[in-house]
Design a protein. Structure first.
Length: 219
């Protein structure tokens, strides 16, 4: 079953893509353009394999996937306003104002921490902006599974002084919870397999880390 599609302005998408590549060039490997390409691919897949209702605008899905990390507060540059950065960029590239506003709203709604603080608000946003469900699931899917494991340790090494053991807490604090927060059936199906991979990894971690306490699980 194919979702409702709309025409996509390929010229605008190409311009946005080039801007995002440049903008994120200084991001660390956990949030670089490779992450954007994976989220875009996942968003297109979820959009294409989800029911037609509620109707979604494919162009909003594509642009929001490309731009969802522009203005991320972890990487925000001095003088930038995360609440308007995407909107202003799209206007500067010739996008209609209504499209720019819609994409900005979706991008601001993707955040995990924002949903934890006010889950009802995110549900309301998804009702008025159903594209958010697709892009949010796509972004969260890239945070879990084997790629998610790699991203955790990449971010820790690049942005913090925490140990690897400290990084393991992130799986329990957030990543293992994401499967239950998926908004689409496709997202839930993909998240189930990726969560199982993380659970298996954590079993291996516990087995190997046990040697540091002198109590081998193999004894």
């Amino acid at each position: 079953m194919s979702a409702t599609d709309s025409s996509v302005d390929e010229s605008l998408v190409n311009s946005v893509t080039e801007h995002v590549k440049s903008y994120m060039a200084n991001y660390d490997g956990s949030h670089d353009f490779n992450h954007i390409e994976r989220v875009l691919g996942l968003a297109k897949y979820i959009h294409a394999h989800s029911p037609e209702n509620p109707a979604r605008d494919q162009q909003v899905v594509v642009l929001s996937a490309l731009l969802h990390d522009v203005g991320d507060k972890k990487y925000l540059k001095p003088g930038e306003d995360s609440s308007t950065l995407v909107y202003e960029l799209l206007l500067s590239l010739g996008a209609p104002e209504q499209l720019a506003r819609r994409v900005q709203t979706v991008c601001l709604g993707v955040s995990y921490s924002s949903e934890i603080k006010d889950p009802a608000r995110v549900q309301d946003l998804i009702t008025s902006h159903p594209e958010l469900a697709v892009v949010q699931d796509a972004d969260r899917l890239d945070a879990i599974g084997s790629i998610g494991i790699g991203r955790v340790f990449t971010f820790t090494g690049a942005r913090t002084t925490r140990s690897m053991a400290d990084s393991i807490e992130h799986f329990h604090d957030k990543l293992l919870k994401l499967e239950s927060m998926m908004k689409t059936d496709v997202g839930r199906e993909l998240a189930k397999a990726r969560t199982e991979r993380m659970q298996e990894f954590l079993k291996w971690w516990d087995e190997e880390a046990a040697f540091s306490s002198g109590s081998s699980p193999l004894a």
